[in-house]
Design a protein around this ligand. Structure first.
Ligand SMILES: C[C@H](c1ccccc1)n1cc(-c2ncnc(N)c2C#N)cn1
Length: 303
C-alpha cells in the first residue's frame, strides 16, 4: 500500500484501506486538540485487498460527493466539516473536520438484503436480531430500511454485527434510538435522491460523534461508494448477486481468466489493466455527476 503522504504541519495518525487521518500541528509542533484532517486517497479496495494501481481522482470524486451529501442532510443534523481549505498536496480530496468524541458503533442501515446481512438472514431469519419476512433473496428490497449496527473492530479485523440491545448497552436507550432513527433516515433520504438518478443504495455505514456540548454530529464520509453499496437501478434483479455500480469492471476482470487470479488462492490480486482503471474512474465520475447534477472537473485542472 502506498504510504500516507507526509504533510508538513500535520501528523499522520492513522490509515484505513482508502483514507488517511492527520492532526494539524500548532506552532510548537503539538497536536491541535479540536481539528483533524480526513484525506480520501485514490486507493481502491476489493476482495479485502487494496488493489494496484490507484484510480486517478477517486479520492477527489468521493470527497466531493460526501460533501454534497453533507449539504443535502444539513437540515437533519449538524456535521463535522469545517473547511476544504487544506494543503495543496491533498487539495480537493481532504477536509478539515471538528474533532469529536466518536460513538463506538458502526451505524449501518440496509434498504436491500445482501452480503453479511443476507448470510445472517439465511441462518436465522433475522439481521442484527431483527426478524425479517420469509422468502427474501439476495437483493430483495426490505419493507423499510433497517438499522443493523456493528461493533468497531480493531484495525484489520472485520466489524461484528451487534444487536440493538448491544447498542443500548453501549450508549444508553435515548442515544441508541437517536442513532437508529438518524441512520435509517440518512439511507432513506439517500435512496429518495439516488433512485431518481438510476442508482440504488443497498446499504450504508455512517459514523457519528459527540461535540463538546454532547450533541450528535454526523462524521466520517457519507453515502459514498466506499461507505455504501451502489447498484445500477436498471440492472437490479432480486435473486442473484447485483452488479456494483462502481466496482463491477474490477470484479469482472479479476474473476476472469484474463487476470490469471483466483479469489480462493489467497494471493494478492494482480495489477489492474489501464482500461479497467479508466472504466472504473469513469463510473465514479458518472455516480458523482448523476447524483449531484454537476460536472466533475478535477481541481488540479481547474486551477
Ligand atoms: C474511521 C475514521 C477514519 C477516517 C479516515 C481514516 C481512518 C479512519 N475516523 C474518524 C475519526 C474522527 N475522530 C474524531 N473526530 C472526527 N470528526 C472523526 C471523523 N470523521 C476517527 N477515525
Amino acid at each position: 500500500m502506498t504510504p500516507a503522504l507526509d504533510l508538513p504541519g500535520y501528523r499522520h495518525l492513522y490509515s484505513g484501506k482508502v483514507r488517511d487521518l492527520y492532526v494539524p500541528l500548532n506552532a510548537a509542533g503539538e497536536d491541535d486538540p479540536d481539528r483533524l484532517l480526513l484525506a480520501a486517497s485514490d486507493r481502491i479496495s476489493a476482495y479485502d485487498a487494496i488493489l494496484d494501481p490507484a484510480i486517478p481522482d477517486k479520492g477527489e470524486i468521493l470527497n466531493r460527493l460526501s460533501l454534497w451529501w453533507f449539504d443535502q442532510l444539513a437540515d437533519l443534523l449538524p456535521n463535522h466539516v469545517l473547511t476544504t481549505d487544506v494543503p495543496d498536496a491533498v487539495a480537493g480530496r481532504a477536509i478539515l473536520v471538528r474533532r469529536l468524541d466518536m460513538v463506538p458503533v458502526e451505524c449501518v442501515a440496509r434498504a436491500y438484503l445482501t452480503g453479511g446481512g443476507l448470510g445472517e438472514y439465511a441462518a436465522t431469519g433475522a439481521v442484527s436480531g431483527l426478524p425479517l419476512p420469509a422468502g427474501l433473496v439476495d437483493g430483495s428490497r426490505l419493507p423499510e430500511p433497517i438499522f443493523t449496527p456493528s461493533s468497531k473492530a480493531p484495525a484489520g479485523e472485520h466489524d461484528e454485527p451487534i444487536t440493538y440491545a448491544d447498542v443500548v448497552a453501549l450508549v444508553g436507550p435515548g442515544r441508541a434510538a437517536e442513532l437508529r432513527e438518524l441512520t435509517v433516515e440518512i439511507l432513506r433520504r439517500g435512496n429518495a435522491i439516488a433512485a431518481e438518478r438510476g442508482i440504488l443504495l443497498a446499504d450504508t455505514k455512517v459514523e457519528f460523534g459527540l461535540d463538546a456540548g454532547g450533541a450528535l454530529v454526523l462524521a466520517d464520509e457519507v453515502l459514498t461508494p466506499d461507505s455504501s453499496r451502489f447498484w445500477p437501478a436498471d440492472e437490479w434483479v432480486p435473486g442473484r448477486a447485483q452488479a456494483s455500480f462502481d466496482k463491477q469492471f474490477v470484479r469482472d476482470w479479476l474473476t476472469s481468466p484474463a487476470s490469471g487470479w483466483s479469489k480462493s488462492s489467497g494471493d494478492a490480486p494482480p495489477p489492474l489493466p489501464a482500461e479497467v482503471v479508466e472504466q472504473t474512474r469513469a463510473r465514479y465520475v458518472e455516480a458523482y455527476e448523476r447524483l449531484t447534477g454537476a460536472r466533475f472537473v478535477p481541481l488540479a485542472s481547474a486551477r
